[in-house]
Design a protein around this ligand. Structure first.
Ligand code: FYN
Ligand code: ADP
Ligand code: MG
Length: 575
């Protein structure tokens, strides 16, 4: 990597100069970027200092993976691409997991990494942190761009922004060779190379014929169902969505990050009648939700034996028919599709008996669960601990909930109601562990609201050191660690020679870990203590870990996806 400043083209004496560093920042600022998430070092260290010198925010993480998770969640919450800056090679690779996760989750994010010079990389001459990052990134993102001249930085940033936010949002990689940062050019020419893109995420209007086909199908339904995915939450057309639900009277069920798009307490919510509505519905309206593994690919017993017709609203045309035939594809952005459908469905109402049957099942299941939430046990379990958390969060509806784990995830998704859109961020489409701290950081920074992160103790471990990032910026985040002492459970028998591969050190004190990293820490063993600690932490606005002791025998292997586990039919072989 060369550190010598070079000049793009000869410039007359005394002419004001700019350089790659400043052109990159000018371009990011012109695209409305204020916050960057990253981890500095060769060759990007000055990016952080210069970005802050402009009065902007650079949030430094302890590992690029969580900086990337933060950037992607910032993108999901703001609809502007989250920016993650890393060093070359290993730093870039650490960021790549987050870039791939952003692309899979449809979160707009740009990973900007410093890199080695092309002439050395292409001849494999062994540069400092040499890696062909441009090509390595390509399969994991929507596009991978490399800038070679300072006058191209403006267009490169615009292309990256437009690619990240238009159509199906996702990750973009922007590769900047080290030397380019310090390459100078005439400031006036540099200025001319920058512009603000017009309407980078244009509305995508569905074809009127497609709208009519979908509306006719819905009008003929006896048991219609609306299924919201995180694409509908991302669209930020909440009032239109609510009107669509209430005008049609159709029951709805949300995927995890779409919870709260319409309140879980809404009379048409069918979340607690999920199996019934998936199996018995005859027309299913997918709104920004893929028929992927989370929906059993649209087939099998999850969907029952009733003939099923799907309406699918999605901005990505080739998502249609990904798994099963879609009778009425509606390709466009959620807001345009929903409002076009509303116009065609004027006067339509779902059959009342269908809604009331669903509502009875939904409220009955909720009542059954409610009984478990208030049942005392000698050691806290997932139900009474999460019941206590639910009752506190009910009084703080604009708190953003971050959630990861297995039992900690699946039980919290069931128990913790969401009342407002985009207030739940979780493991998303891939079920990634370790997203907690980065997601919590971005949620707190971008929303300015209190954040509560409910993490399994295993999940927390993936990014635990990032807790220092949270305390360093005094972020109002309460991390509740569901401490059951292991992965899935904490009571697995250990072989004679070694502690079980599924257990953690029973002496672990997450509350003291918090204090050691500059935060507040408290250990709780009862739902009452948990409620009190959570209320106090939210009120204090201080970064806090609540180390919640959960019965080691309370969890089940892999939570609600135990069906995906693989076991040997041969069994364990002795030496
Ligand atoms: C839902 N349910 C409720 C409620 N909400 N009961 C009472 N009260 C409330 N509020 C019921 C719902 O009707 C279902 O019961 C059941 O609880 C589960 O609901 P859920 O969670 O919505 O649905 P389900 O079946 O779990 O959905 C399948 C899934 C989900 C794959 C979409 O499990 C999921 O998102 N899993 C993510 C797993 C993951 O990514 N883990 C991270 C890696 S873990 P029935 O209607 O009776 O079925 C590594 O090991
Ligand atoms: P979930 O897991 O919550 O069901 P998915 O991530 O599977 O959600 O699906 C999200 C879908 O939403 C993706 O197919 C994506 O193309 C689509 N999408 C994202 N934003 C929009 C939008 N503004 N309009 C329409 N579709 C969108
Ligand atoms: Mg655990």
């Amino acid at each position: 990597m060369s550190s010598v400043a070079t000049q793009a083209a000869p410039v007359a004496e005394g002419v004001e100069l700019t350089d790659g560093f400043n052109l990159l920042m000018d371009a990011l600022e012109m695209n409305g970027i204020k916050n960057i998430y990253g981890l500095l070092g060769i060759p990007v260290t000055e990016v952080g200092r210069m970005w802050q010198a402009r009065g902007n925010n650079f949030y430094s993480f302890r590992n690029e993976q969580n900086a990337g998770y933060a950037a992607s969640v910032a993108g999901y919450l703001t609809k502007k691409p989250g920016i993650c800056v890393t060093v070359s090679a290993p730093g870039f690779l650490n960021g790549l997991t987050a870039l791939a996760n952003a692309t899979t989750n449809c979160f707009p994010m740009i990973l900007i990494s410093g890199s080695s010079e092309r002439e050395i990389v292409d001849l494999m001459q062994g540069d400092y942190e040499e890696m062909d990052q441009l090509n390595i990134a390509r399969p994991f993102c929507k596009a991978s761009f490399r800038v070679n001249r300072p006058e191209d930085i403006g267009v490169a940033v615009i292309r990256a922004v437009r690619t990240a936010v238009s159509g199906r949002p996702g990750g973009v990689y922007l590769d900047i060779p080290a030397r380019l940062f310090s390459t100078t050019m005439a400031a006036l020419e540099g200025e001319k190379s920058l512009w603000v893109p017009v309407d980078p995420a244009p509305a995508q209007i569905p074809a009127p014929s497609a709208v009519k086909r979908a509306a006719d199908l819905i009008k003929g339904a006896k048991k219609p169902l609306i299924l919201f995915g995180k694409g509908a939450a991302y669209a930020q057309c909440d009032a239109d969505i609510l009107s669509f639900v209430e005008e049609t009277g159709i029951p709805f069920t949300p995927m995890s990050m779409a919870k709260g798009l319409v309140s879980d307490l809404h009379p048409q919510c069918a979340a607690a009648a999920r199996s019934l509505v998936l199996q018995e519905s005859d027309v299913v309206i997918l709104v920004g939700a893929r028929l992927n593994w989370l929906l059993a690919h649209g087939k099998g017993k999850t969907w029952g034996s009733e003939p099923k017709k799907f309406v699918q609203i999605d901005i990505q045309a080739n998502e249609i028919d990904s798994n099963v035939p879609i009778a009425a594809p509606l390709v466009g952005d959620v807001q345009s599709c929903i409002n076009a459908l509303r116009a065609e469905l004027k006067g339509f109402k779902a059959p009342a008996e269908w809604l009331s049957g669903v509502a009875d099942k939904h409220s009955g299941t909720r009542a059954k669960l409610a009984a478990k939430l208030s049942t005392a046990t000698p050691v806290m379990n997932y139900h009474n601990s999460l019941g206590a958390i639910r009752d506190v969060l009910k009084n703080h509806p604009d708190t953003i909930l971050v959630n990861e784990g297995a039992n900690a995830l699946d039980n919290a998704r069931m128990v913790i109601d969401q009342y407002l859109p985009r207030k739940r961020v979780d493991t998303g489409t891939w079920g990634v562990m370790g997203i907690g701290m980065g997601s919590a950081a971005a949620a707190a920074v971008e929303s300015g609201k209190p954040v509560v992160a409910i993490c399994g103790d295993s999940a927390f471990g993936f990014s635990g050191m990032e807790y220092e990032t949270l305390t360093r910026y005094n972020l109002p985040v309460t991390v509740i660690i569901m401490n059951n002492g292991g992965i899935y459970r904490g009571d697995e028998a250990s072989p004679d020679h070694q502690i079980s591969c599924m257990l953690f050190n029973p002496k672990t004190r997450y509350d003291q870990f918090s204090i050691a990293l500059g935060g507040e820490g408290v250990r709780v063993t009862t739902p009452e203590e948990l409620s009190k600690a959570l209320e106090a932490s939210i009120k204090s606005g201080k970064t806090t870990i609540i180390d919640a002791i959960i019965d080691p025998g309370a969890g089940v292997e892999s939570g609600r996806i135990g069906n995906l586990n693989i076991v040997s039919t041969i069994g364990k072989k002795k030496k």
